[in-house]
Design a binder for this molecule. Structure first.
Ligand code: ADE
Length: 223
């Protein structure tokens, strides 16, 4: 899979993408990242990419032209899935991550300042938000999406079992996990997990998933 990010701050990405599982996924050629700074596509001599809003008001608005030209400069842009990161977008969910993990090429556009010229929305396929709060820019949203999508690409984690019981993979939270020691400050590992009875363990895990989801996220069960 290829992910191209349009951003004014490409340096924000390398500390996250060059560690741990995502780093290894790149080394194993399972994912490839590239960055386009749309400031390089500014059409004026001061290299600005934003301007004051028509009709007045506070703040600056990102112009459509540099984003359009930056997009057109990307090889294969016609066939790539183009995503705009914005708090106005559809909320990103695990189901969205599963869909995105099947794509060959994704382009993400990160905004800054007060917002985009509305015509930027005409250049993309979907708009995504990572939640009902406003970030200073789309970069952290793009990183969040990249992280959750990368781990679902076949071969990135050891086996599908590594994510199939994740919270949200099937509209429920994960079951509780324990490791050594058997007892810590009076808190014990449930006996069933030490029983060696795989059927009983699987049954207990299903029950715990349901209990946890009912208590913490009943909205997931209503689905
Ligand atoms: N840009 C600013 N806030 C955002 C959010 N919540 N999700 C995606 N992009 C954003």
């Amino acid at each position: 899979m290829k992910i191209t990010v349009l951003t004014l701050f490409p340096e924000m990405f390398s500390p996250v993408l060059n560690e741990s599982i995502i780093k290894r996924a790149q080394e194993n050629s399972l994912i490839e990242f590239s960055f386009v700074n749309f400031r390089d596509f500014s059409t004026n001599k001061h290299k600005t990419v934003d301007d004051t809003p028509y009709g007045g008001g506070a703040g600056m608005v990102l112009s459509v032209e540099p984003i359009y030209h930056a997009l057109k400069s990307i090889e294969g842009n016609e066939n790539a899935l183009k995503i705009l990161l914005t708090p106005q977008g559809k909320t990103f969910k695990q189901a969205t991550a599963k869909e995105l993990a099947l794509k060959e090429h994704i382009i993400m556009i990160c905004g800054h300042y007060e917002g985009f010229d509305e015509r930027v929305r005409e250049l993309v396929d979907i708009e995504l938000s990572i939640g009902d709060y406003v970030l200073t820019g789309g970069e952290i949203a793009a990183l969040t999406i990249i992280d959750s999508v990368t781990r679902l690409i076949p071969g990135v984690l050891g086996s599908p079992e590594s994510y199939e019981h994740d919270s949200f993979y099937t509209d429920s939270l994960d079951y509780p996990q324990y490791t050594k020691p058997r007892e810590f400050m009076g808190m014990k590992v449930p006996d069933v997990l030490l029983s060696g009875n795989h059927q009983e363990i699987a049954k207990w895990r299903e029950e715990m998933k349901l209990k946890k989801t009912t208590e913490r996220r009943p909205d997931l069960l209503k689905k």
